[in-house]
Design a protein around this ligand. Structure first.
Ligand SMILES: [Zn+2]
Length: 211
């Protein structure tokens, strides 16, 4: 069984205020008599489900094509952490951490096609805590691990300190908490600060899909 945790990429998909939404230019079109259909894509690389590269938030950070792919594939734990809008999640009261990848369902960014500014984020203390537990990748169901109005990006900088990986913009609302195999490989985009990913989960052990 494959669970797709990627939002559909379309011009309707929300992007960060001021960033570039998706534009498709159709160069050739079979429906109009051309021999093939051929499209050009223009969009932010922080598009829907995406992996941030450390170069996005650190001067000497690695760019996306240089990242270790083993970060983005392997055992993973989905946890549901209901959070108040506009707050940072702290480590207190978190379920036991069992896997090197953790996806956090905050429920605070319910519709990727209708941007809401008050999504929850991670506290730097939480990132430090997950690092101590051996976590190498954290994913979230919001557009950022920091709050929308954050300029100093303390959570991103905690990821930078620990060389951990970030996935943002995941769709987790139909996924039960539990253990999965995650596959979410970034494209090999030279010099880029992020890449869209097709993020999927395959249940491991006692995880059961609810749909
Ligand atoms: Zn980010």
């Amino acid at each position: 069984m494959i669970l797709d945790i990627t939002p559909t990429v379309s011009p309707r998909l929300g992007v960060w205020p001021g960033d570039t939404s998706l534009h498709r230019q159709i160069l050739l079109d079979i429906a109009k008599g051309d021999n093939i259909t051929l499209s050009t894509l223009k969009a932010t690389v922080h598009l829907g489900a995406h992996a941030d590269a450390p170069s996005h938030y650190g001067k000497k950070g690695e760019t996306i094509e240089a990242r270790d792919l083993s970060l983005y594939i392997g055992p993973c734990q989905v946890i549901r952490v209901p959070a108040d809008p506009g707050t940072r999640i702290e480590p207190d009261g978190l379920p036991a951490i069992t896997d090197p990848r953790v996806l956090i369902d905050t429920g605070t960014f319910p519709d990727p096609e209708n941007w809401n500014e008050d999504f929850a984020a991670l506290s730097p203390r939480l990132v430090d805590f997950l690092h101590e537990k051996g976590v190498r990748l954290v994913g979230i169901d919001t557009p950022s691990v920091d709050l929308q109005d954050s300029k100093d990006l303390p959570a991103h900088h905690a990821f930078l300190r620990h060389d951990m990986a970030i996935l943002e913009g995941l769709v987790l609302k139909k996924v039960l908490a539990g253990r999965y195999e995650l596959v979410a490989l970034p494209l090999k985009l030279e010099g880029f600060d992020a890449s869209p990913v097709r993020a999927i989960l395959r249940p491991l052990g006692d995880a059961v899909n609810e749909r």
